[in-house]
Design a protein around this ligand. Structure first.
Ligand SMILES: [Zn+2]
Length: 355
């Protein structure tokens, strides 16, 4: 029997409080998942990640397939054991990276040829191959391959990408079913595309629901559209998705976007922003502000990053010390700032859950 289950505990307006059960434990929703692209939350140990309040983490199956190889990770006991994280893990299919980072792309109806951003080698991704990599890696949640066009793509390309995404989703769903579905210990989520066109978004979500995935993701947003366009496209998806399945908005991590989308009925988020900010000497502050720690203004500032923040960094260190680490290019700077940034977003999610 499948160990995956979404429990909808409470609805306030359109905001949903829930709990998702996986073979590696549960996570409370709305939930934010920090990203460890290469099976590493850059600069943080798994214990440090857990201490930020994170219950679910992300890795990228495409990057791990290129290096060190999905087969190798399988031989070494799977992704949980390999990276020392015993909680829930989701792997992205890599579709977004393939379409957004590769210079040389050749897309056909069966898959996509591309040049690796890691080492320049050429690869081919198909709906079947990305699911096979993820079966080898063994995360709790795998994602289908989708065609994610640029945010400013012409309507004709958006429609083509939407139709291709659905064809690929059907192939992935059939393969997942042929392996025994989620009862083999891995859930597979479909991904809604359609750009900023609400009709295309609704059609995409509707068709995915007909395919009966374990959960539903909303991709291709927060890629340069206005906040208003994002909200309209998101509404169009959410209206079509079943209340008893988890909803995941991909690649969104700015505090105000998390709050808005959760209040539109999204349960799950992921983003590299908190750790990327941390490595570039930037900390989340109150009310949508950020602190650039290399600035001279913090040289004698004895206050924590955010007054009242309970994270390890704010409980122990001053802005002055963090500035010193940043200016001195100490490794600890990125670690401590990433801890604060992830914790900061987890505080927001906790606030949304508690109401
Ligand atoms: Zn803090």
């Amino acid at each position: 029997m499948s160990e995956f289950r979404f429990e909808l505990l409470e609805t306030r307006g359109r905001l949903r409080r829930g709990r998702y059960h996986t073979p590696h434990g549960t996570f409370e929703t709305p939930c934010f998942a920090p990203v460890g692209t290469y099976a590493s939350l850059k600069g943080l140990t798994p214990d440090q990640v857990r201490d930020t309040g994170s219950e679910l983490i992300l890795a990228n199956s495409y990057h791990l397939h290129v290096r060190p190889g999905a087969e190798r990770i399988e031989r070494l006991g799977g992704l949980h054991r390999f990276m020392g994280w015993d909680g829930p893990i989701l792997t992205d299919s890599g579709g977004f990276q393939v379409f957004s980072l590769s210079d040389r792309l050749r897309i056909d109806d069966d898959g996509v040829d591309f040049q690796s951003v890691v080492d320049g080698s050429t690869h081919r991704c198909t709906p079947e191959s990305v699911l096979t990599f993820q079966r080898q890696l063994g995360p709790d949640i795998a994602m289908v391959l989708d065609h994610c066009p640029p945010g400013d793509a012409a309507p004709a390309l958006q429609r083509e990408a939407h139709e291709r995404t659905l064809r690929w989703a059907r192939i992935a769903r059939d393969l997942h079913d042929s392996w025994g579905g989620s009862s083999r210990g891995q859930a597979v989520f479909g991904i809604c595309q359609g750009g900023i066109d609400p009709e295309l978004r609704a059609a995409s979500a509707h068709a995915l629901v007909d395919l009966e995935f374990d959960g539903y993701a909303i991709g291709g947003l927060s890629v340069g559209e206005t906040k208003q366009q994002m909200a309209v496209a998101l509404d169009a998806c959410v209206d079509e998705l079943p209340a008893d399945h988890i909803r995941y908005m991909m690649g969104v991590g700015m505090p105000e976007d998390l709050v808005h989308a959760a209040k539109q009925g999204v349960d799950m988020f992921d983003c590299v922003i908190p750790t990327r900010h941390g490595r570039s000497h930037t900390a989340f502050g109150k009310d949508g502000t950020t602190l650039k720690l290399r600035n001279l203004q913090y040289a004698d500032d004895e206050r924590p990053l955010v007054a009242g923040c309970e994270c390890y960094t704010c409980r122990n260190f001053s802005r002055a010390y963090l500035r010193h680490l940043s200016v001195s290019k100490e490794m600890l700077a990125g670690t401590l700032l990433s801890i604060h940034n992830i914790h900061f977003l987890q505080d927001i999610m906790r606030g949304l859950r508690e109401g």
